[in-house]
Design a binder for this molecule. Sequence first.
Ligand code: ZN
Length: 189
Amino acid sequence: MLWDDFINSLHHDWKGDGAIDDRLDKPEWLEQWLKDQHLSADQPPNSKELQDLKDLRTLLHRIVTQYVENSLPREEDVEALNSIMALGPVIRRLAISQNQYQLQWQGVNRQWTHIRAEIAASMAQQIAEGEPSRIRICDNPNCLWVYVDATRNRSKKYCDDKMCGNLMKVRRFRERQKAAVNMPKHEHD
Ligand SMILES: [Zn+2]
């Protein structure tokens, strides 16, 4: 989905110390990302547009955090999401491609404004039509990947059980071992 993929552009070093790598700062990453999401921009964002993107990401993260904490997003955050969507009206048009008509949605305003509106709309759709109560943040404190828990019993704690799940299992095991070693001997029989 557009919204969670976008939030996760703020990448954390999940195997290490959680160091942050902001992929929005990398023009090649951004270009590939747009392509993957079927969006397009003729030019990389200027510094104002880049800051607007980062502000949107912060806003989405605040909304996500509210859902993770079992509450609804704050009214002012929803208002902010609405204003970003309002800046991105679209024109629908039929366009021919390989002898077949396709419906295209064309942004009316500047490209990055339109892209921001599309990202905001994807979050809005998750809130209204998806199941926002399934939104999670990975339990590995160095990872914090945002995802939607699609499991039947809604019990998914990690972005990936084989990666973060295993890493945390190993970490807990080592902590227990360390605790056992440090236990004063005379308290045992
Ligand atoms: Zn994770």
